[in-house]
Design a protein around this ligand. Sequence first.
Ligand code: UDP
Ligand code: MG
Length: 320
Amino acid sequence: MEKVVCSVIVPMYNEEAVIHETYRRLSKVMNDLGESYEIIMINDGSRDKTGEIISQLCKQDKHIKMIDFARNFGHQIAITAGMDYAAGDCMVIIDGDLQDPPELIPEMIRIWREGYDVVYGKRISRQGETFFKKFTAKCFYRILRALTDVDIPVDTGDFRLIDRKVCEALKQLPERNRYVRGLMSWVGFKQKALEFERAERFAGETKYPLKKMIKLALDGIMSFSYKPLKLATYIGSILSIISFLYLIAVLIQRAFWPHSTTSGWASLIAVSLFFNGIILLMLGIIGEYIGRIYDEAKGRPLYIVSRLENMEEREGPRYK
Ligand code: UDP
Ligand code: MG
C-alpha cells in the first residue's frame, strides 16, 4: 500500500448538492497541510448523482478514492468501511455536509503529533438545527452516559481524528449494530477533546430522519448497557409488591363488607391497561436485545462493496 499520513473518511448519502464544495474545502485544507493524504468517499447507496460525481472526482484527482456500497447500509457502517480501507497513519472521520469544519483538521493533526491517539470534536454549539434535534440529542447523550459504564463523552459526534492503532483495535470489534463513537471510547487510548461550533448544513437536507435517529440511539444504549433489561426486574418487583398489598385489601373488604365490592369496572380497566402496557414495553426491550443477538448470530458481513475506485488493489476486511 502507498504511504499516506492522513486518510480523510467522508460518508456520503444523497449528497449531490454538497460534494463539489466538500471536495474543494477538504482538498484546500489537505494541500496546504503539505502531508501526503487521501480522501475516501463512501457512496452509501445514494439514489441521486452522488456516485457519478465521486467517480468523476476520482478521475481528475488521484487523492480521491471511492468505496461504492451495493445499497444503503447506514452512516455508522459507512465510516467503518472507510476505516477498513484507509491507508493513513491517522484517519479523520468527517461528515460530508460540511457541518464539521475541515479547517480544524490541521489542529487535530498537531494534537495527534503531540502524542494523542484520538482527537474528538466536541460541539459547543449547533447551528441551523431544529430545537427538537438539539433537545433530543442533548437528552440522549446524557441518558447514554448515565446508563453505561463506558466513558463516552457528551455532545460528541463522529468527527474526530484517530491513530492507526485505534483503527486496528476497532477492527477487532465486528459488531453489526454499531455505535462507532461508543466503540472508540471502549477501546480507550489517549484521547483529547477539541471544541468547535457545529455549522449549518451547506446544502441539502438531513439524512437522519427520526427513524434513523432512534435506531442510532437504541444501538448506542443497547450496545453499552444492560440496564434497560434490569428495568423489568425493578418495575416488576415494585408493581408486584403494590399488587399484593392491594390484593390483601380487597380480600379483607370482601370478607367483612361483602356487599361493597360490586362496582369497580373503571379501576379494573385502569389496572389492566397499565399492566399490559408495562408488559408490552418490557417485551419490546427484550426484543430489541434479541434482535441484536440474532444479527450477530447470522454473522453476515457488515457491508457489501460493489466497486472501489483509485484503490482497487486494496483488500477488504475479513469479518468472522
Ligand atoms: N449518511 C450516510 N448514510 C446514511 C445517512 C447519512 O452515509 O444512511 C452520511 C451523510 O451523507 C452525512 C453524514 O452521514 O455525510 C451525516 O448525516 P447528516 O448530515 O444527514 O446527519 P445530521 O448532521 O443531520 O445529524
Ligand atoms: Mg449533517
